[in-house]
Write a protein that binds this ligand. Sequence first.
Ligand SMILES: Nc1ncnc2c1ncn2[C@@H]1O[C@H](COP(=O)(O)OP(=O)(O)O)[C@@H](O)[C@H]1O
Ligand SMILES: [Mg+2]
Length: 263
Amino acid sequence: MSAPTPSVVELRDVRLRFDEKEVLEGVSLEIEPLERVVIMGQSGSGKSTILRLILGILPPTGGSIFFKQFEISRLTRRKLQQVRSQIGMVYQYSALLSSRNVRDNVALPLEELTTKSREEIDKIVDAKLEMVGMLGAKHDMPSELSGGMRKRVSLARALVMEPELILFDEPSAGLDPVISSVIDELIISLTETSKVTSIIVTHEMDSAFRIGTKMAMLYQGKIIESGPPEQLKQSENPVVAQFLSGSTEGPILEGTQDAIATK
Ligand SMILES: Nc1ncnc2c1ncn2[C@@H]1O[C@H](COP(=O)(O)OP(=O)(O)O)[C@@H](O)[C@H]1O
Ligand SMILES: [Mg+2]
């Protein structure tokens, strides 16, 4: 049951099938402490699915997923809840509750998962909002914020439980290039100051190379190459090379895995 390595996350030959469709066909990947691992892949390749597997929202059809010494799919409900509180999640479009103001959105995990007093919660919320530069917007409603500001708030929310791991699903989706660079820089500085390990899934190469200390390329259900950014840049794998250059020439065909995904 226990992983022999000190990895924060380990995927071992993970398989996932939805009805007729085999999305992951044996994904293996290790994430060491303090790394920022970028998982790149086409839209519909299974990136968000990997994050849901790590969170234990989806059970794998095969293989195993470890968060530290815990095998996610073998935990009791109660233990899974506990383990999940050590993992922060930043959703693709921030996923703030529209009926709650910024303070209340960020306070939510603390209110639901801890017995901290209102005073203690306020202190933590203020500190995290300050870290992301949003303290001044504490009383604003999500609808009053820009996409970049909403992303900052969702970063603060992911930090309030002092997680050991943060998962980012397409952090620059829907943001203009300048704001997305700013958010990338913020992700780097926050993960460094908070000493947190992170997994970032994206299909945007500029962002991937800015953020990642390690990269992994997901293609047709497998991690076809992983390593430091410099290694992937020089990859001789034609799929990796084509994906990185965004070229229309190469083995990646439009519609192979994309056709099903309408996102
Ligand atoms: N709950 C589900 N039921 C059936 N198919 C799904 C479900 N979730 C995702 N898929 C399919 O799995 C594939 C991978 O999805 P996803 O992980 O969201 O891709 P990505 O995040 O890389 O764009 C897609 O083809 C998608 O349509
Ligand atoms: Mg996705």
